[in-house]
Ligand binder design. Structure first.
Ligand code: SF4
Ligand code: SF4
Length: 404
């Protein structure tokens, strides 16, 4: 057994019954070999330092996110498709680039830099319940679609960050005492996701990231203006998926995504670490784990077969998998290898998921409810029979049509 400083459960009291109960509610099984994740091992960081991932195709993939994309004749990969995708990313890219000369890549390897420090005068919070409701209202006003609050959980905080100049590990300098985490969900466009795989569909991801960048900047500054500390974070600093599950925003699925009641898997997540007094939400279950147990549409549809079949297991195929957590784990090398061959991101596993529906429709809400009952096999059969999850031609989106 490893004795590194990151080793779990050495980083929490051994008799933490509350932690165990929270894990059960969230569906996590964290074992004795758990180690916190080094961000340097995520597949996007590895693409810059690991020669097995840093292929010519990978470098071409990243260059294509600027203006140096190579349009093709295939529908969904033409100039207008890349133009839209890259424009959708442009706000998130601006944040990522604004402090690059200082060795920071905000939102991806480093948190957002504060516009202004906390106000000297601190607002007294007599009623954390009321404050939590206010913060959630403000988060929605700034553009969040979903908002939950959970406790700071050191297990999901990166053991180290990635230095973007050397791509070596550097300390994760998240300040101590930020005991609350506000987790926000940013819904993705249903019509665009139906067009995966395509550069056009990648605009849904770009919109998510750009929207996150703005919402996180505004909400964290609002909290600082109240006199409290707030660190705004996107993909940096900590794994957001377990935090989103703990904050009650959804359940973890076989496709590695948080499946939400509101958007299914079509959500991106961001977070803010703060010492503003807030109350915590609880994990919420609505039958996803049981449904994923009988369904493997995502795994079957994945072109490089990067998703697992069968029950959750501990560990994964390579160093991009977190150690010591029993869960469904993708082979990120296979997944990212497919992205680079396409020169655009893939989310076929999001598109085909039976929870990828327009839940503004009462019929889809009924289907979601039945999927959480013993009728789940019937619902899965119906989903396939009715053609949900099939790719919609990208030209359909450009003409303003699509399947609901
Ligand atoms: S994103 Fe595409 S390649 Fe990656 S796991 Fe999903 S379906 Fe497979
Ligand atoms: S496609 Fe099926 S197995 Fe995969 S995440 Fe969705 S419900 Fe779960």
């Amino acid at each position: 057994m490893s004795q590194t400083p990151n080793h779990y459960p050495a980083n929490r009291p051994p008799d933490d019954d509350g932690q165990r109960l929270a894990d059960e509610a969230a569906g996590f099984e964290v074992g004795p070999d758990f180690e916190r994740f080094d961000q340097r091992n995520d597949i996007f960081s590895r693409a810059f330092w690991d020669e097995t991932v840093r292929t010519d195709e990978a470098l071409e993939f990243f260059r294509g996110h600027g203006h140096a994309f190579k349009a093709r004749t295939a529908e969904g990969f033409q100039q207008r498709d890349f133009a839209l995708r890259n424009a959708a990313w442009s706000v998130a890219d601006d944040y990522a680039d604004r402090n690059r000369p200082n060795g920071l890549r905000e939102g991806f390897q480093d948190p957002q830099e504060a516009r202004y420090p906390p106000a000297e005068q601190r607002l007294a919070v007599a009623d954390p319940d009321a404050m939590t409701a206010e913060v959630k209202r403000v988060a929605r006003m700034f553009g969040a679609d979903l908002v939950g609050v959970t406790a700071y959980d050191p297990r999901w905080v990166y053991a180290t960050r990635t230095d973007i100049k050397t791509f070596e590990a550097k300390p994760n300098d998240l300040p101590a005492g930020l005991d609350n985490v506000i987790v926000m969900g940013h819904g993705m466009d249903y019509g665009l996701v139906q067009a995966y795989p395509s550069a056009l569909a990648g605009a849904a991801v770009g919109m998510g990231y750009s929207g996150e960048a703005v919402t996180v900047a505004q909400l964290s500054q609002f909290i600082r203006n109240l006199g409290y500390r707030a660190v705004g974070s996107m993909n940096d600093t900590a794994l957001v998926i377990p935090l989103a599950v703990q904050a009650g925003l959804g359940e973890y699925g076989r496709n590695q995504m948080v499946i939400t009641e509101e958007f299914g898997p079509r959500v991106r997540f961001s977070k803010i670490f703060t010492d503003l007094p807030l109350v915590h939400d609880k994990p919420k279950r609505f039958g996803v784990t049981e449904f994923c147990t009988i369904c493997q549409r995502c795994a079957d549809a994945c072109p490089p077969k990067a998703l697992p079949i069968g029950p959750p297991k501990v560990g994964g195929a390579n160093r991009s998998a977190i150690k010591g957590v029993k869960k469904w784990t993708a082979d990120c090398e296979k997944c990212f290898g497919f992205w680079t061959k396409m020169r655009s991101d893939c989310a076929i596993c999001m598109r085909v998921c039976p929870y990828n529906k327009d839940f503004s429709r009462p019929l889809m809400r009924l289907a979601r409810r039945l999927a959480g009952t013993r009728l789940r096999r019937v619902m899965l059969w119906l989903d396939i029979k009715l053609g949900y999850g099939e790719r919609v031609a990208p030209g359909t989106w450009w003409r303003g049509e699509g399947k609901r």
